[in-house]
Design a protein around this ligand. Structure first.
Ligand code: PGA
Length: 257
């Protein structure tokens, strides 16, 4: 991890919990634990992406973290049915958005749509976590080129002066919802590739500063290893963020290091 960075620990609730009541109880319990923590945590110690309908309610009660959206539309305000723009999410309380999660891609998000999503979100100046990750690896390392091309394309409509709100999450698709995560070494190699790509898109200075996260089967057993050896500045957790105790343990472990 870059020594000047504080870790960014992001939860992705996906389609959980089933009710607003459960969501509220979760946040209250988590915040209580953060406030009582023996490890000194910053005022905002976690990021939590939630189903967008929960955002305004959570925004009203959340104390120790930021609340965000799991996706956003690639449109601006206007005659488009069934969609939520970055400005709407922000006015409803979202502190950040995730774009390009592999499950959203699998549900039909196209390349062009993603380009618009990233561009409109960054134009709205909302912190944006762009997920990239290979479906499978090959011995020749072609997946590294594909990842680089993905980042380049996703950012192709974004002007350089808007890149300060960008966070990249490396999420190998094969490691999401799986039994095994990537290894810290595999992660490190990709982080270097991503920083190299960002250096040519923006500048070396920018590439050094941008936060890169790892996501895919992160648990209490492996979380710290990614921060210490995987070269990332934080984590994106799926299942591990859906349990208050596990999420809290990972947050505190990452701030202990
Ligand atoms: P997982 O999900 O931690 O449950 O593997 C990660 C993600 O989908 O971002």
């Amino acid at each position: 991890m870059n020594k000047q960075h504080v870790p960014i620990i992001v939860g992705n609730w996906k389609a959980t919990p089933a009710t607003l009541k459960e969501a509220t109880a979760f946040i209250k319990k988590l915040d209580k634990k953060c406030i009582a923590s023996k490890i000194k945590l910053p005022k905002k110690a976690y990021y939590l992406a939630v189903p967008e309908i929960f955002i305004p309610h959570i925004k009203d009660i959340i104390h120790s973290g930021y609340v965000g959206s799991e996706t956003v539309s690639g449109t601006t305000v206007g005659q488009v049915t069934g969609t939520t723009t970055p400005s709407m999410l922000m006015s409803a309380g979202a502190d950040f958005v995730i774009i390009g999660h592999s499950e959203v891609r699998a549900a039909g998000e196209g390349e062009q749509e993603r380009m618009y999503k990233v561009s409109f979100a960054l134009m709205a100046k909302i912190p944006t976590i762009l997920c990239v990750g290979e479906k499978a690896r090959d011995k020749e390392g072609k997946y590294l080129q594909e990842l680089e091309a993905d980042v380049r394309q996703s950012l192709s409509l974004v002007s350089r002066d808007l890149l300060s709100n960008l966070i990249i999450a490396y999420e190998p698709v094969w490691a999401i919802g799986a039994k095994e995560p990537a290894t810290a070494k595999e992660c490190f190699e990709v982080v270097i590739t991503l920083r190299r790509a960002l250096a040519t898109i923006a500048s070396i200075d920018y590439a050094k500063k941008v936060h890169i996260l790892y996501g895919g089967s992160v648990s209490t057993e492996n979380a710290v290893q990614f921060i210490e050896e995987g070269g990332v500045d934080g984590l994106l957790l799926g299942r591990a963020s859906q349990n208050v105790d596990t999420f809290f343990d990972i947050i505190t472990e990452c701030y202990t290091k």
